[in-house]
Design a protein around this ligand. Structure first.
Ligand code: FES
Length: 177
């Protein structure tokens, strides 16, 4: 990958991180999916809301929170924009590469960041069947922070960093020794 392609990709990632779309918890979501990356230990949660459109059930909107790198934030931002209007089958057929497409091709070492987004989406969509009944709708879920801390804090001393003070969702993290 040439330097100019890398520069373009980095610029698009930085732009997406500066102004992430669809960031934050969705209180009235129909489906929710959370995954952690075995490669880097980062986590991403996605909320999905459906609607009927032309006799089809499609994604109305999707939102996310992550303790992940800039690439994961950027991919989740562009992916949640692309998902609006897609059927479940269409969304399930999208790979991490598809979800990251607006950013351009990712270098091999960053592909797992897009796969984190793909995993959270698939997790949400696979759980959708169990949420058909209104009384089963999600009213609350353990926060991403509590899940992360429950799973990792004692082992890795994770420090949460709020990159965007004033927003209600943590965006990144760093690990302290
Ligand atoms: Fe972990 Fe990118 S390095 S998601």
């Amino acid at each position: 990958m040439s330097d100019s392609v890398n520069d373009d990709l980095q610029t698009r990632i930085e732009d997406a991180v500066k102004n992430p779309r669809n960031l934050g918890e969705m209180k009235d979501a129909d489906a929710i999916g959370t995954v952690g990356s075995a490669d880097c230990g980062d986590m991403l949660r996605m909320w999905v809301k459906f609607k009927e459109e032309g006799g089809r059930k499609v994604i109305d909107r999707a939102t996310f929170q992550t303790f992940g790198c800039q690439t994961a934030i950027a991919v989740a931002s562009v992916a949640t924009e692309m998902l609006a209007g897609k059927t479940i089958a269409e969304a399930k057929s999208m790979s991490g590469e598809d979800l990251a497409a607006p950013l351009g091709a990712l270098p091999p070492m960053k592909i797992h960041c897009a796969q984190l987004v793909e995993g959270a989406l698939r997790s949400a969509l696979s759980g959708e069947e169990a949420l058909k009944e209104p009384e089963q709708k999600i009213t609350s879920a353990p926060t991403l922070l509590s899940q992360l801390n429950a799973g990792q804090a004692s082992e890795h001393k994770v420090k949460i960093v709020l990159d965007h003070p004033g927003r209600n969702a943590p965006l990144g993290r760093s690990t302290i020794p």
